[in-house]
Design a binder for this molecule. Structure first.
Ligand code: ZN
Length: 140
């Protein structure tokens, strides 16, 4: 009995192919065929799959998405940071500037801004002064 098997075009030696891919742009008549094994099919799939994009539209990996804050932080993270900021506000009288709170709470400025906004939305913090360096924070 004779059995014909498709072998992967990209592998060295005879590796059974699981798919036959037509390579072309849909217009040209000169399309090529490739018979691919599981490994090479996955490789091609990975090459053609669109990458994750940031809000700005640039391609980004998952790690960069986390760094850019596109992925949400765990609530326990914010509880910790907000606690530090509220602690830093203890013992202050009236509105204080960000510099004081940054030093006392020891969080980075971007983390501080995001946490302060969350606290203000929750009604725990009063922010005055708009987006200026004279912006002040006060516990409600
Ligand atoms: Zn292969």
């Amino acid at each position: 009995m004779e059995v014909k098997t498709l072998a992967c075009d990209l592998c060295r030696g005879v590796v059974p192919a699981i798919a036959s891919i037509r390579l072309g742009n849909g217009r040209s008549r000169k399309t090529q065929h490739r018979d691919l094994c599981a490994v090479h099919l996955r490789e091609l799939d990975r090459l053609l799959r669109p990458r994750v994009r940031s809000a700005g539209g640039t391609a980004t990996g998952r790690e960069r998405a986390i760094k850019a804050g596109l992925e949400k932080r765990h609530p326990s993270y914010w509880a910790k940071v907000e606690g530090r900021i509220l602690n830093a506000l203890k013992g202050t009288k009236g509105p204080v500037g960000a510099a004081v709170l940054l030093k006392k709470s020891r969080v980075t400025s971007s983390t501080f801004r995001r946490a302060a906004r969350r606290l203000a939305e929750a009604g725990k913090l009063k922010i005055a002064g708009g987006a200026t360096r004279w912006r002040t924070y006060e516990r409600t």
